[in-house]
Design a protein around this ligand. Structure first.
Ligand code: SF4
Length: 322
């Protein structure tokens, strides 16, 4: 099936001698949008960025944005988007950031937009940057929101310098990077958003894709835009176990009672002939030795019936609830 994705890169831009670009891109699946992995080098450092937590779940995606910002030596501050708007505006004003990043789910979008509008009234020069799955799903609709300065489509990687170098009202494209380069920065998040730091159930993921392709899900948009081959290489590749254990050590400092292994299907790649069983066994050994918190894992009937017996035994030893 042919997939077309049209993006006007210059919405609301005043065309002048300074800004003369006026082009429209048409992306066609499977790989037209993919121009190689993200450039992980940094041209800019030491700018201030606010990250806005929304909702009642761990802002796991934004924690990776925080990780990339800190790796690039920027300064960050987390605020809780559910707090009183005036209180947040005061906090942001005191920190005086150049950029404020939001990654709301669709259900949290209006709350995030309310804060973005309130901030614009007090700090008109601050730049509101929206990313995440809601932006990925409907970028065209969001272009008309006056309070949004930048929309980031796709992964954060490769997008930070582009945001800094682009004039406002720009749609910025991120690019994938291998999971070994991706690490969330959760310590500041848990400290500055205490209701998340002391949340009894924390999240962890070994990769960031889903093996399925439900038509209503953002997975389908990503897979179509980048192509199945690229999706498999970057989104379905598992993280190094040592990076996951390093991340999980924080759970022991922040009053965690159980951990949700949030991969959409933990048994992905554990059928005969694939390498997922070995990965799962190695992860289980490291988890039991270093962390040993009760674990909750997602699987699907399709993988349960195809998994090796060994993978099922290992999963039973790893997870208390499946
Ligand atoms: S199984 Fe869940 S995450 Fe995977 S494509 Fe379907 S809805 Fe999306």
């Amino acid at each position: 099936m042919k997939f077309e994705y049209k993006i006007d890169f210059n919405w609301r831009r005043n065309v002048s001698e300074t800004f003369t670009i006026n082009r429209e891109e048409t992306f066609q699946s499977p790989t037209a949008i993919y121009q190689g992995p993200a450039d992980m080098t940094s041209k800019h450092t030491n700018l201030k960025w606010v990250l806005v937590h929304t909702g009642n779940d761990i802002a796991y995606g934004l924690a990776y944005v925080a990780g990339d910002l800190l790796r690039r030596e920027h300064k960050i501050l987390w605020i809780d988007g559910e707090d009183d708007v005036e209180k947040n505006v005061k906090k942001i004003k005191k920190f005086s950031p150049a950029y404020i990043c939001y990654g709301p789910l669709s259900t949290e979008f209006l709350q995030a937009l309310k804060l973005a509008k309130a901030i614009k009234k007090v700090l008109p020069l601050v730049n509101n940057v929206f990313g995440g799955h809601h932006v990925k799903a409907i970028p065209e609709e969001l272009k008309n929101e006056e309070a949004i300065d930048y929309l980031v489509w796709g992964p954060v990687y490769g997008s930070i310098d582009k945001i800094i170098e682009s004039p406002p009202n720009e749609l910025i494209e991120g690019a994938p990077t291998l999971p070994a380069n991706m690490q969330p920065a959760l310590r500041d998040y848990y400290k500055q958003i205490p209701r998340m730091g002391f949340r009894e159930r924390k999240y962890i993921m070994s990769h960031f894709g889903c093996v399925y392709n439900c038509s209503f899900c953002c997975t389908q948009v990503t897979r179509k835009a980048f192509g199945a081959k690229v999706y498999k290489e970057f989104w379905l590749n598992r993280r190094p176990i040592e990076n996951m254990i390093e991340e999980a050590k924080l759970f022991l400092e922040f009053d965690t009672k159980e951990v949700s292994f949030e991969d959409d299907d933990v048994l992905y790649g554990t059928h005969k002939g694939a390498d997922g069983t070995e990965w799962l066994e190695e992860f289980k050994e490291a988890w039991k030795k270093e962390i040993d918190l009760p674990m909750y894992a997602n699987v699907t009937p399709q993988t349960v019936v195809r998994s090796t017996d060994k993978a099922l035994r290992v999963l039973a030893e790893l997870a208390d609830t499946v």
